[in-house]
Design a binder for this molecule. Structure first.
Ligand SMILES: NC(=O)c1ccc[n+]([C@@H]2O[C@H](COP(=O)([O-])OP(=O)(O)OC[C@H]3O[C@@H](n4cnc5c(N)ncnc54)[C@H](O)[C@@H]3O)[C@@H](O)[C@H]2O)c1
Length: 371
């Protein structure tokens, strides 16, 4: 089949391209090689002799029309992401590009058979909880006041006891920031426009994806990058809050398996799927796993800081995706080992950790608790 991957020069897109090429498909990539993700330009892991590369913007109609010609399947992975204050860009890029795909397919009568969209666990916000009496609750962002008093957990306003985290399935929708809101709009557009113009579409809500080729310069790209760089540079990694936030890490190759599976399975059409790791970890547990892989006995630094906007805990229910034959097969150790190998192949990385930390402080995301 002829497959277009928007954002195919990035982390998830390039691994998806590799898997599709291996299965004998023709792959076209549309990517604008955005900074800071691609600080060094065209990535060395893409082989231009095996793919068709189109340099361009997913919001540009002529470019997208050109890219969508003679395509059977579209993976729409390009997105505006990160901790960024230009809120309008999330809609202007993520939402507009998704509508544009269906607009172009319909206008040109292109015979696209399926669109697969990258959504995010962020759509579920703080996720699902229950109180001591079993009442289900979907809490909102924690306030500055709460966080500056180092009160990390959600407290039931009635019983004053801590809320208990539940696993969140696809019915949980509570986006808390412009990125998450744009991802939910993308899901709605894909499923509804797909139904309307008869282009089966699938939305994949990824948890935190980990493995090689994750950008070093993207401040939001997560714990694996930050902790690995810290241990690589023999520095203590910094953990926010108390280190006990629960996270959901999924290996890149499990994500690629899921992306290929929903392309092949008709029963996936019109569905939204969580794509998570299947095992919850606290940030501290994850940092310890990174230390183990790097052979370091440095324990993490927990300096009474927090990042405003971080979720306290979130963990995805993956039973829906499992019911169509997917299973996460790799562990966090597999992800960390692969990332370590990738890191060791790089040059000029001494400045990277400082770059991302400085970026976060400039944006005012990292804050200290009141003494
Ligand atoms: N990595 C994760 O943990 C994670 C988690 C949840 C959701 N997602 C989603 O998965 C998708 C892929 O993420 P990733 O981690 O591979 O990110 P990435 O930054 O590595 O890749 C994204 C690619 O999109 C390209 N791009 C950005 N804006 C573009 C534009 N306007 N036109 C054309 N290309 C553009 C970038 O150059 C980059 O190559 C995104 O939609 C993201 O929101 C990722």
């Amino acid at each position: 089949m002829n497959i277009l991957i928007t954002g195919g020069a990035g982390f998830i897109g390039s691994h998806t391209a590799d898997a599709l090429l291996q299965k004998g498909h023709n792959v076209k990539i549309l990517d604008i090689l955005k900074k800071p993700v691609h600080m060094k330009g065209f990535p060395e892991y893409l082989d231009e002799s095996k793919i068709e590369f189109i340099f361009g913007d997913v919001t540009d109609k002529p470019t997208m029309t050109y890219a969508l010609r003679n395509v059977d399947v579209v993976y729409h992975l390009a997105a505006y992401q990160d901790y960024l204050p230009d809120y309008s860009s999330f809609s202007l890029i993520n939402v507009a590009s998704t509508s544009l795909i269906y607009e172009i397919i319909e206008e040109n009568n292109f015979p696209v058979k399926k669109v697969i969209l990258a959504s995010s666990q962020a759509v579920m916000g703080e996720g699902k909880y229950h109180n001591q009496e079993g009442k289900v609750l979907f809490p909102s962002l924690r306030s500055f006041m709460q966080l500056s008093n180092a009160q990390w957990d959600f407290i039931d306003p009635v019983t004053k006891l801590p809320l208990i985290m539940d696993v969140s399935d696809e019915s949980v929708i509570n986006p808390m920031n412009p990125y998450a809101m744009s991802k939910y709009q993308q899901e709605m557009l894909a499923i509804n426009l797909g139904n309307r113009i008869n282009v089966p579409s699938v939305a994949m809500r990824f948890s935190i994806v980990q493995g090689s080729r994750q950008s070093f310069y993207n401040a939001y790209s997560g714990a694996c990058r930050i902790f690995s760089l810290s241990y690589f540079l023999k520095k203590q990694p910094t953990l926010y809050e108390d280190g006990n936030s629960i996270r959901d890490f999924v290996n890149i190759h499990d994500v690629v398996d899921a992306l290929v599976l929903v392309m092949e399975k008709e029963e996936a059409n019109g569905q939204v799927y969580n794509v998570g790791g299947g095992n919850p970890y606290t940030v501290l547990e994850f940092a310890k796993a990174v230390a183990e892989v790097f052979g370091s006995d440095l324990s993490p630094n927990i300096p009474n800081e927090y990042r405003f906007g971080d979720t306290r805990h979130i963990f995805s229910d993956i039973s829906k995706l499992k019911s169509i034959g997917w299973q996460p097969k790799r562990t966090i150790y597999d992800s960390i080992k692969e990332y370590k190998q990738y890191l060791e192949q790089q040059t000029d990385i001494k400045d990277i950790l400082e770059y991302s930390e400085k970026h976060m402080r400039t944006l005012g995301v990292i804050r200290r608790i009141k003494k």
